[in-house]
Ligand binder design. Sequence first.
Ligand code: FES
Length: 269
Amino acid sequence: MAVSTVPVRMVQRRLGETARRDVWWLQPLLVFLGLSTFIVYATWAAFQGDHYSYGPYLSPFYSPEIVGPSPHSWFGPRPASWPGWLPFSPALLILPIPGLFRVTCYYYRGAYYKAFWADPPSCTVGEPRSSYWGENSFPLVLQNVHRYMLFISVFILLILAFDAWKALWFTDPANGTVSFGIGVGTLVLAANVVLLSGYLFGCHSMRHVIGGCVDQLSRAPFGVRAYDCVSCLNRQHMLWAWSSLFSVGFADLYVRLCSMGVWSDVRIW
Ligand code: FES
């Protein structure tokens, strides 16, 4: 039987041109507004270098405080040799790690490629250029550092969990005695650790680590159940990404406003 062929001419769409009838632009717009708000706030907070601790609470933007003026500092105050012209804030020493981890996250990449430089604006919507380079060339090839940032971020997460533990121990300023307690700040820091764990353990690279990079799941070094657990978190990765972004920003804001005397921390127990 003869097969007839019909030639189809592919027409390059102009930027933003689409046959879609839904509000496809809404999601990139919300991503743009959400990420911009967080970036502006986090940058401002990181450069403050002040009001980042309150009693046993330490802002996650400043943890671990390697050097700095607060009692949470690991190695005491800023070294005297620090150049006077170089801005100093304990957050600037640590924030690039979680920052890079998020910037190179597979979910965020897909989201901010659309929201910040419209490449592509959305699925089946005209792009700004006709060629496709993928992430094989500079600078986007650097996104591959994500798997390494994962390992460092696990270490940071453990420190934040320890911070939440320390937020259970309150010192009486009158006599210096330390007692167990739970304040609203304790819950804020603990919730942040839970949400960050959901985000981090649902990471695509974490699936490879837990799966052991083998092509037979029964041989996965951490077991099939652990792989299923990580996969379950991974299915909701976008939700964990946004909820943990909000919680880490809110935890800094909470500690900051308590330290400034704008909010009062309530002791629940
Ligand atoms: Fe999102 Fe790794 S893919 S944190």
